[in-house]
Every structure is written in C-alpha cells, then in structure tokens.
Ligand binder design. Structure first.
Ligand SMILES: Nc1ncnc2c1ncn2[C@@H]1O[C@H](COP(=O)(O)OP(=O)(O)OP(=O)(O)O)[C@@H](O)[C@H]1O
Ligand SMILES: [Mg+2]
Length: 374
C-alpha cells in the first residue's frame, strides 16, 4: 500500500459547502479515516480560520501547535504543526485559535500556506473549510485537486451549496483570467451584477471570449473539464437522490456548464452527537459502522489507485509571483516556432494557474531554465 516517504503531497482534497453545520468537518475526518484504512498517509488541515474545532472532534484536548503559530511566524513550517492523532497515519493541522485578524490572513500568507500544504509529507491532505463564501475559502477550494461540497437535503443548505459552487467557479475564472486585459474586466463586471442582471452562462462566456481572444478558448474547456466538485449529501433519511439535489446538479450544468459529480449520501445518525469529542470511536459502534460504510463507498467511487498519485520528480509546480513574472518574460524571448500547436500567449497566461503544464510543455520541446527545478 502506498504510504509515501518522499517530500510531496499526493493530492489535496478540500471540503466546503457554504452552509454552516452541514457536516463538513465530520465528513473531512471520516474521509481521512477511510483513506488511512486504505493504507494512505493523511493530514487533515483545519482551515476554518477563526472558528476551528476539528481538534476537539478528533479527541485532542491538550494544547498543541496551531496554524496561529505558523501565521504569527512562531513556527516556520506547516510540517512542524502536524499533530499525531490516535489513528496511525492520520495527522492533524489544528486550526488557528482566535487571534484578531487570523480569519483573514494577508494574500501572501495565503499563498505561503498553499505552498506549504502542497509540500507536506503525506499521500493526501484534506482541507476542512469554514462555512460561507469568503475569498479565502474559495481560494483554498480552488487550489485543491478535488473539491467536495457537503450539503444537507433541505432547501437552505442546497441553496447555500449552489452559491458556494457558483462563487468558487467565478473565483477560479477570476484567478485564471485576472491578467488578461479584456477577459479579466469582463469577469469582474459579471461578478458585480445582480442575479437578474447577469448574462453569464458558459455558452455566453465562450461566445464573448471567441470574439475577444479566441486563443483563450482552450482555457475555458480546461476549466470546464477540471472544475468538477464532488457532491456529498449528509443527513439523509431516505435512499435515492433527493429532488432538490437533482435540481442543483441540473442548474449547475445548465447555467455554468459545471459537472457536479454526486458521489454519495451519508445517513442521519442521531448518536453521532455522543461522539463529538472523539469521532474515531464512533466508527466502531453499531450506528457508526453503516455511516462509515457510506464514507467508504464514496472513497471507492473516487477511484484512487496508488499509482495514480503524482509522480515525484524534481520539477517545481509552485512559484512566487516574481518567479512567475520571470518565467513569463523568459517565454517571451523564445522563438515562435517553439509554440507550434499552441500559442505563446496561452502558455504565458497558463503560468499563473498551471505552471507545471507549461514546464512540461517547454521541456518536451527541449527548453529548460534554472527555475524549473527544485
Ligand atoms: N450524519 C449526521 N447525523 C446526525 N447529525 C449530524 C450528522 N452530520 C453532522 N451532524 C450534526 O451536525 C453538527 C455539525 O457538524 P459539523 O461540525 O461536521 O458541520 P460543519 O459543516 O463542519 O459546521 P461548521 O460550518 O460550523 O464548520 C454536528 O455537531 C452533529 O451534531
Ligand atoms: Mg466545520
């Protein structure tokens, strides 16, 4: 079984959902336990900045390092903050205790956290996000390899899930196109419109991009293909797909071209409340076993064979803003013949959100640069 001992995280999963109290944290822990059971090494990071509570759910009562120590620079690496839990191979990065300003770290700190999360020594990092659609939450959701959206089968929660997915999708578009002189402002102006004023559908957006800069169309296809939130419905009392959830999936597809993959239900289990100070114990109880079986079922649907984990090599996939600018300048100096089959401009824009693809492309054409390597 693949417990890696190298220096990179295999995959980052994030768990969000918009509404408070729908079971995001309980699902994060359950997902972590289920991956550990499969032989993986997992770290759960409590990024519910300001109102973190994952450590209590996992049975940690003593004072441990938290993200506050990292944010306040008392500890320099996220690796130093990982706390061992009662479960072998399940580590925890405890959320920030309340310190003024903690819930809203500066942009550079967010980037630093993302960089450190990506380089943790684990097969999987699971990010438990807070409620709401704050940019921090959406950004962390956006950087993950797979984002889970947890909802409950009731109108308020499903509506919040929709707002969350929409927010995350626009934030992704914003991040990808922010440096484009015309498409960036087009997205900004759509975001500012009210729901009734908005003309946005993916079709509309593609048509506009085709007029403005057709070279950018492959990026839209790429976002459409890669932005595939996994939907988990918690606290269900019946089998099957609740009608509200069916409507949510249809709405996301029609409006934004987003594929929402419905990965499973978790049953409503009253007795879970007796184990909120030590959830791992719950999984071995008569009510806990069927609940945990549902989680296993979800993990099985994710189809994660060990050899699908990212190959570890010396190539970097993470750069500071200055390094990205330097590489974009470097691409500018390259001869047009290098870009046959694609475009220089597209690769330059792609540097902002998928630098590893650009590096692989350039290396494939025999081009290297010192900044490519660790
Ligand atoms: N499947 C379930 N069956 C019964 N109760 C549940 C279930 N899932 C969650 N709960 C209840 O909902 C509460 C909130 O769960 P949890 O803390 O995981 O939600 P959350 O989405 O992380 O909340 P927050 O937005 O505050 O972070 C739990 O304390 C528990 O009482
Ligand atoms: Mg929570």
């Amino acid at each position: 079984m693949p417990v890696k001992d190298d220096k990179k995280t295999g995959r980052i999963f994030s768990v969000g959902g918009g509404k408070g109290g729908v079971g995001k944290s309980i699902f994060s822990i359950s997902l972590g336990m289920s991956l550990v059971e499969k032989g993986f090494k997992v770290v759960i990071a409590d990024l519910d900045l300001g109102t973190a509570n994952l450590h209590t759910y996992i049975g940690i009562t003593k004072k441990t390092p938290t993200l506050a120590d990292f944010i306040l620079k008392k500890l320099s690496s996220l690796d130093d903050i990982i706390v061992e839990t009662s479960e072998k191979n399940l580590g925890l990065i405890s959320g920030a205790e309340f310190v003024p300003g903690m819930a809203n770290p500066a942009h550079w700190m967010k980037l630093k956290m993302m960089r450190h999360l990506k380089s943790l020594t684990a097969d999987f990092v699971i990010i438990d996000l807070g409620a709401g659609v704050h940019f921090n939450t959406l950004d962390f959701f956006g950087i993950s390899d797979r984002g889970f959206v947890v909802t409950a089968p009731e109108p308020g929660a499903v509506m919040n899930a929709y707002v969350f997915i929409k927010g995350a999708f626009f934030r992704k578009l914003q991040n990808v196109f922010s440096k484009h002189p015309e498409i960036g402002p087009l997205i900004e102006s759509e975001i500012k419109k009210t729901e009734t004023e908005k003309s946005f559908t993916l079709e509309w957006f593609s048509a506009r991009v085709r007029e403005i800069d057709p070279e950018m169309l492959p990026l839209i296809d790429e976002i459409e293909n890669s932005f595939r939130p996994a939907l988990v419905v918690n606290r269900t009392t019946e089998c099957g797909t609740p009608i509200l959830v069916k409507n949510l999936i249809t709405l996301c597809t029609q409006k934004f071209g987003i594929t929402l993959e419905y990965v499973g239900n978790l049953p409503d289990v009253r007795t879970i409340t007796h184990y909120l100070l030590n959830l791992p114990k719950f999984y071995d109880t008569p009510h806990g076993r069927p609940f945990f079986d549902s989680v296993r079922h979800i993990v099985d649907r994710l189809d994660i064979p060990g050899d699908e984990l990212k190959d570890i090599e010396d190539l970097r996939d993470d750069f500071s803003d200055e390094e990205i600018e330097e590489l974009i300048g470097f691409i500018e100096t390259l001869d047009d013949s290098v870009f046959e089959g694609t475009s220089k401009k597209l690769l330059q824009l792609r540097m902002y959100f998928k630098p590893s693809d650009v590096l692989n492309f350039l290396i494939g054409r025999g081009i290297t640069h010192d900044l490519f390597y660790i």
